[in-house]
Design a protein around this ligand. Structure first.
Ligand code: F6R
Length: 242
C-alpha cells in the first residue's frame, strides 16, 4: 500500500485525478470504478479541467459506479446518477451508454444488484476503483458488519450514514433507507484501488483502516490485503498516521 500525503483538499483531488489520468492515457479503453461524495467533487473537477485542456479523452472508457440509492430515479437530483452527470459525465466526451450505476429505481432491487455484478464480471472487471471512506470505515455502502459482503447487494443504511448524507437533502426523512452497493468482493477484485480522504474528521478512521486490525467492523481495513492500493490523503486526514 502506498500512502501519498497531499497538502490540501485541492492538492489531494489533483493527485487522485493524475492517477486516473495515468490509467486512461496508458489504456484509453480502461474501465473505471467511480464513487460519489464530497471527496470526489474536486477529483472530477480536476479531470474535467484536464479534459478541457486536451490532456485526455474518455471516449473509449467504461465506468461502473460503486453505489446508488434505492427508490430514486436517474433524473432525481439526489441520485448518484445525477451527481455523476453534473460533476463529470456531462463535461467530458464519455459515451453515456458506457456509464453504469446500479438501477436504484428497479422494483426488484436485489435482482438488479445481481445483474450489475454479472455485468461487471462479463465486462472483464474494473481496472481502477476510486473510493472515498465514511467516518465509520464504510466503502461504497458497505457498513460495519460481522462479515465482508462479496458481490453487489442491497443494504439498509445506518442512522449515522443517513445523518451524514442528510446534508444534501431537505431533511433526514428524505434520505432513502436502502441502497445498492458493490460488495467488498467486487471492490477487492478491481486490479488497482485509489482511496482518497480529506479533513481532520477522517483522521481517526484513516488510522484505523490503514494501521488497525483487518475486520469487517472497519470495512476499509480489508484494503490492507489488496496488492495495488494507493491512499491519497490531505495533511489533516493523515494527521493521526505515525
Ligand atoms: C459514495 C460512496 C461513499 C463515500 C463516503 C465518503 O459513492 O460510496 O462510500 O465515498 O461516504 O463520502 P464523502 O466523500 O462525502 O466524505
Amino acid at each position: 500500500m502506498e500512502i501519498v500525503v497531499a497538502a490540501t483538499y485541492e492538492d489531494m483531488a489533483r493527485k487522485v485525478a493524475e492517477l486516473v489520468e495515468a490509467w486512461v492515457v496508458a489504456d484509453p479503453s480502461c474501465t473505471l470504478g467511480l464513487a460519489t461524495g464530497s471527496t470526489m467533487i474536486g477529483v472530477y473537477g480536476a479531470l474535467v479541467a484536464d479534459y478541457r485542456a486536451g490532456k485526455l479523452s474518455f471516449a473509449d472508457v467504461d465506468t461502473y459506479n460503486l453505489d446508488e440509492y434505492c427508490g430514486l430515479t436517474a433524473d432525481d437530483p439526489q441520485s448518484y446518477r445525477y451527481f455523476m452527470k453534473t460533476n463529470l459525465f456531462d463535461h467530458i466526451d464519455i459515451d453515456p451508454a458506457r456509464t453504469h450505476l446500479p438501477d436504484g429505481a428497479s422494483s426488484d432491487a436485489e435482482a438488479s444488484c445481481i445483474a450489475y455484478e454479472a455485468a461487471i464480471e462479463e465486462h472483464g472487471g474494473i481496472d481502477l476503483q476510486l473510493l472515498g471512506i465514511g467516518h465509520n470505515g464504510h466503502i461504497g455502502f458497505n457498513e460495519p458488519d460481522s462479515f465482508f459482503p462479496n458481490g453487489t447487494h442491497t443494504v439498509e443504511l445506518t442512522d449515522s450514514t443517513r445523518q451524514a448524507n442528510s446534508r444534501l437533502f431537505n431533511s433526514i426523512d428524505e434520505v432513502p433507507t436502502h441502497a445498492c452497493t458493490m460488495g467488498i468482493g467486487t471492490i477487492m477484485r478491481a486490479r488497482s484501488v485509489v482511496l482518497a480522504a480529506s479533513g481532520a474528521d477522517k483522521a481517526a478512521i484513516i488510522k484505523a483502516a490503514l494501521t488497525g486490525p483487518v475486520t469487517p467492523e472497519v470495512p476499509a481495513s480489508i484494503l490492507q490485503f489488496h496488492p495495488h492500493v494507493t491512499v491519497v490523503v490531505d495533511e489533516a486526514a493523515a494527521s493521526e498516521l505515525a
